[in-house]
Design a protein around this ligand. Structure first.
Ligand code: ATP
Ligand code: MG
Length: 191
């Protein structure tokens, strides 16, 4: 099995690109953000706890997303691998992912990072709020907190995966969805 991580700040286009990548390379696309939004929509206990955190622009606890991920690794069959979108998002999650995979005799194959500037993040999230109506895109304060949380908690993963020789970065600023998709396909074909 292949394990790819689609990495990047909020609004980088992970969710936008993931479907096409997963289809072309026969991977299962797993978005922790989407899984959490489904829990919220279903009104589960987990969803209710996650809602408050997400709408303030904070992360949910590592144990919550790790539980969801492990569950999928255990149940999914018939794919060549996984495309993880929005996970891992903290060093703790990255370390636990390595443990989870090594226990199965597997490893992270590569990290594909879609990089955009903070000003592009703001533009895109505001644009998306108007289209998708996500509560965590609608409010300036929440957006600022998500950007700060990204720099504080998630950005350190770049060095973690660079040290492992697995980090590949593509710059998404000023590029169309199709241009970014072509770059990701090229990269995955070369790996
Ligand atoms: P993109 O637009 O690039 O797809 P995003 O950051 O806008 O990404 P999601 O990945 O959908 O959005 O995440 C939405 C929210 O869900 C996060 O702000 C966070 O609160 C929560 N969340 C998602 N994944 C994790 C995770 N791995 N750990 C903790 N919280 C998470
Ligand atoms: Mg997303």
């Amino acid at each position: 099995m292949k394990y790819y991580i689609l990495f990047g700040p909020p609004g980088a286009g992970k969710g936008t690109q993931a479907g096409a990548i997963a289809e072309k390379f026969n991977l299962k696309h797993v978005s922790t953000g989407e899984l959490l939004r489904a829990e919220i929509a279903a009104g589960t206990e987990l969803g209710q706890q996650a809602k408050t955190l997400i709408e303030a622009g904070n992360l949910v606890p590592d144990s919550v997303v790790e539980g969801m991920i492990e569950n999928l690794f255990n149940t999914l069959k018939g794919v060549d691998g996984f495309l993880l979108d929005g996970f891992p998002r903290t060093l703790g999650q990255a370390e636990d992912l390595d443990k989870m995979l090594s226990a199965r005799g597997e490893k992270v194959d590569a990290v594909i990072s879609l990089m955009i500037s903070d000003s592009t993040i703001r533009e895109r999230l505001k644009g998306r709020a108007a289209i998708e109506g996500r509560a965590d895109d609608a409010n300036e304060e929440t957006i600022s907190n998500r950007i700060a949380t990204y720099h504080q908690k998630t950005e350190p993963l770049i060095n973690f995966y660079k040290a492992a020789g697995k980090y590949h970065e593509l710059n998404g600023d000023g590029k169309s969805i199709e241009e970014v998709r072509a770059l990701v396909f090229d990269l995955l074909n070369q790996l």
